[in-house]
Write a protein that binds this ligand. Sequence first.
Ligand SMILES: [Zn+2]
Ligand SMILES: [Zn+2]
Length: 354
Amino acid sequence: MKMNVTVPPAVTASRPRPAPSIMALTKSSSTPEDVSVLQRPVPELATGELLVQTLACGLCGSDVHAWRQDNGYEWVQSPVTLGHEAVGRVIACGPGVPEEWINRRVVPIAIDGCGNCDLCTPGTRQLCRSRSVLGLSFDGCASEKFSIPVHRAVPVDSALPAETLALTEPLSVAFHAVTRLEESLGKTSRVVISGPGPIGLMCALLLKDHGHSVTLIGAPRDEEQRLPLARTLGLETLLAGQPLPPNIVGWLEASGAPQALKTAISAVHPGGTIVMAGLFPSLPAVDVNVLARNEVRLLGSYGSVAQDYRDALAALEAAPERWRTLITTIPLSEGTRALQTAADAGALKVVLLP
Ligand SMILES: [Zn+2]
Ligand SMILES: [Zn+2]
């Protein structure tokens, strides 16, 4: 039987469509721990920008500092989506960007400068006076999608899992610090690394790969997880306060503990080098006269440059299984728990999966 059906008017057409939104780990204000997973609008693309679907995003010590609103992080913009240790797939190009970028996997450069000044031109863009930090100066990658200027995208041609590729940025930071130290060492030497967090552990592994005699020093709480993991990866470890090996020519400080820098200054061989790869939440009072009398070099290391990203990608490709052991994955929806886990040193490197 044929029925005469009256189609009701399309009510949905008159209803405003909700703007597309994404899940994002957001620091909402400068109040400590005011960070939660929120729905935020999909970023709108400006000229020269890429829209990237996040595949994985690691959490960093700096995300934890921003979450706690620690000293030295007053400049962080909020509201802001955290996260800078990411890998993703390009899904849209803003005006002026060639369509060939679509579908490419990219790792964003975390710290970048203006591109034109006396610091950027020779390649030290992370030192630029107008540098910006992804996920702290502007919205980062601990979200389902993020946008970046195309000059901040490092193309990744790799079949490695996304969570492993999320180590590219922290490993680039380790490469940068190790390069700073090795420029002063000359040949293979006895080196000590204080601080068995992700950067310290990565530096220790790279220095060991390069043939140095490496000792990694941690605090008693690091015996729960970090130092045993370091030993399974073939590193020699010590607890802070235990007798140090002789003839320490290089020291890489990655703990941010004032006492570690004091120990380094008193223990490094005359003519040796200390590289500071960590930031200190409270500033250490150290005996700088020892530096003068012993002609010890004290060098800073901050972020990384494009070559460090390429070195990091090659190192991940060469030994993916080793680097994978550093990772604990947590869903992006549990981003606040992930920050707590990273803060408690309950995992070596937390990687969020959208
Ligand atoms: Zn980082
Ligand atoms: Zn610049």
